[in-house]
Ligand binder design. Structure first.
Ligand code: BGC
Length: 723
């Protein structure tokens, strides 16, 4: 193979060619730009034909490769697998699965001729209403960072690149392109940057995408402190940084700050936006406002990565990724990411139980969120289809009533699907209480169990709202639950709710009405099959919450979300500082509906034999988990550390490590040995990390509030670490 010497290329490039390397070709297929050679991708870099340099292709996103499934004048299809959404992947707490999902997506990226996948997205769930939380992993940076690292390793093992996004503190959609996020350096280092730091150091991503928002007064894409000092110098990042699409207001400042590639490039869009970046950068070079050396540095950062890309290696892609194998991986990930929230002697059900399924979501099942994190799979199995396919005894008459109701309503003016400006269809929410009480009574009498599907969808560009029909159930949903529970309970039958959602909703006001609740998130193309396997005990739920479900929206610590002024926020001040998610609820004694790390199983696990020791600069924790129930299952154990009271305010406890067991049969056990560098226990104190002296408590739990084992260790001296 021809060896490519980047310095040699840079020495041959003209000034204008260098500028082209740092600016994308414009959004392919949009604003009268030509479609890319892979239709439907998000972006493409410039080729330099004179030197034989091809373009590289960039495509979304976190739940699967987003490309057009069909092409003009082409019979072939180009479907990609729809995996579970990222918050569901994080609910698996399973690093092996994340790596497997990453590998599968990476293969699709490569075999469809793409070079870089614009994922993982790893912003922190600061507030449950962020419209893109479904694309993000967790409220906790350690869980996010570990999940992202495993995913990136998987993707990049396929010879293509991953991209950590959106760097950083892009925790809302409202005014995302302009809002100024005001946040302390401590909260940044410990919460909002920490996951990125873990992923950069552990998985060496090819690229990072700077975020739209401003961070303490400067656009992230124009923020030298963030992109050069922290990312490149302190963490040792070796890839290249790209902007989010159309981010920031000054391409020259972007290059100077360490943002190497400007995406998608404003070619053919000069009327919509200001000038195009290529001419702006050329002018700045001529006027001496940008040095050629700075430009060279950006070019080198980009080319150092791209020379390893499939396009540069002229890889002959097949357009035939193994979609069947990947569907199995999507299914497996969904099985492990569903979270059993409530189960009063109800689940699993007998395979021959007669079930009555309620809720329009059984047919219009949501596979994932909208926007750049959307996917175009070959199929998506609804809850109803999955149940039927797996041979469950579904009440056909009821299913038909739902089918007819949905069909009829979708033909009306009020409920017909409408085209969103970004191309996808929006389905106005249907009323869920169309059945009469007598009809429900009939179904209660002749079935063994009721299943009620509650669905929500959200997406890029808009945050969710703390209102009925979104964070709260709508009146018609409540009515459906009330009527179904009353009628089924009257004849001694149980009711199970399936939550087909992308982020927390309020549950306390209605959860007592039902006997079981399974959080199935938005599980991608395999959703219905996953649900059927979990309901029948073909598989045992083993997911745990990566994000707190608060009792009420008024309990949420980021009370000023999405900033001020409320209607059109210019800035958002992170007043809760480091007290995000469980760090807040635990420290300030606020009880959530379901805590971080929570999730039930059809079996039971015992914890024992805790050993804690400190060996030079590593904390060693070991313990044993045994399956003491009746069914094979996996357990996610979590190691929290409670720091001593010292100079700095600390949260009550913080997650520092976790482990998911293998499938344990009845009476089987696993010994778990975990090593945590002491540096990871330090807090950010002004300029450095400070590990305080004193007695630390090691808390090993099945959730953040179900601590099974406690031990302690003492540090005699404080230690400081450079960032
Ligand atoms: C999103 C990114 C995405 C990009 C390209 C932006 O609007 O914020 O996450 O990768 O578009 O589609």
């Amino acid at each position: 193979m021809r060896m490519i010497n980047v310095d040699e290329i840079v020495s041959k490039l003209t000034l204008e060619e260098k500028v082209k390397i740092v600016v994308g070709v414009g959004m392919p297929g949009v604003f009268s730009n030509p479609q890319s050679r892979v239709a439907g991708v998000a972006g493409e870099t410039h080729s330099i034909p004179r030197l034989g340099l091809p373009s590289a292709i960039l495509a979304d996103g976190p739940a699967g490769l987003r490309i057009n499934p069909t092409r003009e004048n082409d019979e072939k299809t180009y479907h990609a697998t729809a995996f579970p959404i990222a918050v569901m992947l994080a609910s698996t707490w399973n690093l092996e699965i994340l790596e497997e999902v990453g590998k599968a997506m990476g293969e699709e990226v490569r075999e469809y001729g793409v070079d870089i996948l614009l994922a993982p997205a790893m912003n922190i769930h600061r507030n449950p209403l962020c419209g893109r939380n479904f694309e993000y992993y967790s409220e906790d940076p350690v869980l996010s960072g570990e999940m992202a690292s495993a995913f990136v390793k998987g993707v990049q093992s396929q010879g293509v690149g991953a991209c950590l996004k959106h760097f950083a503190a892009n925790n809302q959609e409202t005014n995302r392109m302009s809002v100024d996020t005001i946040v302390s350096e401590r909260a940044l280092r410990e919460i909002y940057l920490r996951g990125f730091e873990i992923a950069v150091k552990k998985s060496k991503p090819w690229s990072v995408m700077s975020a739209y928002n401003k961070l303490n007064g400067k656009y992230c894409s124009q923020n030298e402190w963030l992109l050069t000092k922290v990312l490149r110098k302190q963490w040792g990042f070796e890839g290249f940084v790209m902007t989010d699409w159309f981010a920031g207001d000054n391409p020259v400042e972007q290059l100077k700050a360490g943002n190497d590639l400007i995406m998608p490039g404003k070619v053919n869009q000069v009327n919509m936006f200001r000038k195009d970046e290529i001419s702006e950068i050329m002018e700045a070079l001529k006027e001496g406002k940008l040095s050629e050396e700075t430009l060279n540095e950006c070019v080198r950062n980009i080319l150092n990565v791209l020379v390893n890309s499939p396009s540069f290696k002229a890889y002959k892609y097949s357009n035939e990724p193994d979609l069947d194998a990947h569907a199995k991986i999507a299914h497996k990930a969904g099985i492990e990411g569903a979270v059993l929230l409530k189960n009063e002697n109800t689940l699993p059900i007998q395979k021959d139980a007669k079930i009555a399924i309620f809720g329009t979501g059984q047919i219009e099942t949501i596979k994932g969120g909208t926007g750049s994190g959307d996917t175009h799979p070959r199929y998506a199995i609804s809850v109803l289809e999955g149940a039927k396919e797996k041979g469950l005894k579904v009440d056909e008459e009821l299913a038909n009533m739902y089918e007819e109701y949905i069909k009829k309503m979708r033909e009306t003016e009020q409920y017909k699907p409408v085209q969103h400006p970004w191309g996808f269809l929006v389905y106005p929410k249907l009323l869920e209480d169309f059945l009469t009480e007598d009809e429900v009574k009939k179904f209660a009498e002749r079935n063994d169990l009721a299943i009620v599907v509650i669905s929500r969808i959200s997406g890029e560009g808009e945050d969710r709202k703390p209102i009925k029909g979104d964070f709260y159930l709508s009146d018609d949903e409540v009515k459906l639950l009330q009527v179904v529970s009353k009628q089924f309970h009257e004849v001694g039958k149980k009711v199970v709710v399936l939550l087909n959602i992308g982020g927390p909703i309020e549950m306390v006001s209605w959860r007592d009405l039902v006997d079981g609740i399974l959080l199935i998130w938005q599980a991608g193309q395999e959703t219905g099959r996953i649900v059927a396997d979990l309901l029948t005990g073909e598989a045992n739920p083993s997911g745990k919450l990566p994000t707190t479900f608060p009792k009420d929206y008024s309990d949420v610590p980021s009370w000023n979300f999405p900033g001020e002024p409320k209607e059109d926020p210019e800035r958002v001040i992170y007043e809760e500082d480091i007290f995000v998610g469980y760090r807040y609820y635990d420290t300030f004694g606020v009880e959530p509906a379901y805590e971080f790390g929570y999730g039930l199983s059809y079996t039971k696990f015992d914890y024992g034999d805790l050993k804690v020791s400190v060996d030079s600069d590593v904390l060693k924790v070991s313990y044993v988990i045994k399956n003491v129930g009746d069914m094979a299952g996996k357990e996610v154990s979590q190691v929290y550390i409670r720091a001593p009271k010292g100079k700095i305010d600390k949260p009550f406890q913080e997650l520092k490590a976790f482990h998911k067991t293998q499938l344990l049969n009845r009476d089987e056990f696993e010994e778990i040995c975990i090593e945590i560098p002491l540096r990871d226990l330090a807090s950010f104190d002004g300029e450095e990390w400070l590990l305080e002296k004193g007695e630390y408590e090691v808390r090993v739990g099945s959730s953040s509030r179900d601590i099974r084992l406690k031990g302690t260790f003492v540090l005699k001296e404080e230690v400081r670490f450079a960032p």
